[in-house]
Design a protein around this ligand. Sequence first.
Ligand SMILES: NC(=O)c1ccc[n+]([C@@H]2O[C@H](COP(=O)([O-])OP(=O)(O)OC[C@H]3O[C@@H](n4cnc5c(N)ncnc54)[C@H](OP(=O)(O)O)[C@@H]3O)[C@@H](O)[C@H]2O)c1
Length: 329
Amino acid sequence: MSESFKAILVSRDENKVQKVEEVELTDSDLMEGDVTVAVEATTVNYKDGLAITGKAPVVRKWPLIPGIDFAGTVTSSSHPDWKEGDKVILNGWGVGETHHGAYAGRARVNGDWLVKQPDGISARNAMAVGTAGYTAMLCVMALERHGIVPARGPVVVTGAAGGVGSVAIAILAKLGYQIVASTGRTSESAYLKSLGASDIIDREELSQPAKALNKERWAGGIDSVGSHTLANVLSMTSYGGAVSACGLAGGMDLPTSVAPFILRGVSLLGIDSVMAPREIREEAWRRISTDLDTGKLAELSTTISFSGIQEAARDIVEGKIRGRVVVEM
Ligand SMILES: NC(=O)c1ccc[n+]([C@@H]2O[C@H](COP(=O)([O-])OP(=O)(O)OC[C@H]3O[C@@H](n4cnc5c(N)ncnc54)[C@H](OP(=O)(O)O)[C@@H]3O)[C@@H](O)[C@H]2O)c1
């Protein structure tokens, strides 16, 4: 019998009422996979908050260990790419949704889902980045592919004080962009400026129903909010600009018109981190290791222990978490 480890388990009763508890499990409780990893660090993303509070149908198999990302060391593998002792990162692929996730001492997954921890990035720092930060990098890469270079003009980042927003600002600043940060927490202006934002706007400016077109204010955008906010960002994007859309913290809808697309040639770039192919993930993590300042990463992240996960999950869905939360196991 293998050693037991602590895990968080989400289950449902016959009336579909969700229960979350801390339990002791062993390797035999884990799901199928060809690589077992000792989880060293994980994190609390917005999606993990939804999973633990049950506010959205993230968990789709019960009982389930939540947690969509982790960094750790391979303890056993029958996958050709991985061997005992390898340092790995996992983001997404349905882990923490339909496959047992990160909130446990060990995880067993499909080796195709893993990427190598880049040299110089510890497990802790990989999770300070986490899925939110890796998604921020995917958003930046999409803008670059669309030709949105710093010389084109400012880039707006919405949900700026959140996880995706904070990492996006730190990356864009290192790459030399001028950044407009939109936040509901203007009390965090000093924090956002220290990450590299040059202008702070109150998110109220972007939260009312959008005009078809508005004054051109930025060449690009990274939006983790959706709804009216994304519609306003699009209506204020300058000719030929582009907006990476990755989130729904403000709503799933998109009340916009075709005007920004057909009259200004603006592009809306959809970003999905969960099923992104391995080459794109590896490129994103390589770029994170070169284009994200570790001093800023330390500033935007706080560390909690395993016992703090449930509280952090409740806080993140209420918009109370600043930057990123790392869970050291
Ligand atoms: N597409 C993907 O693969 C992918 C990957 C990662 C995350 N996401 C999504 O991206 C979003 C952000 O994730 P996260 O981990 O960064 O979450 P987070 O840390 O909670 O950040 C979200 C931020 O959005 C702002 N916000 C919250 N509620 C709002 C509202 N009602 N109206 C306007 N702004 C609001 C807040 O920023 P301020 O306080 O600064 O206003 C909040 O900090 C989530 O929807 C998440 O599901 C998607």
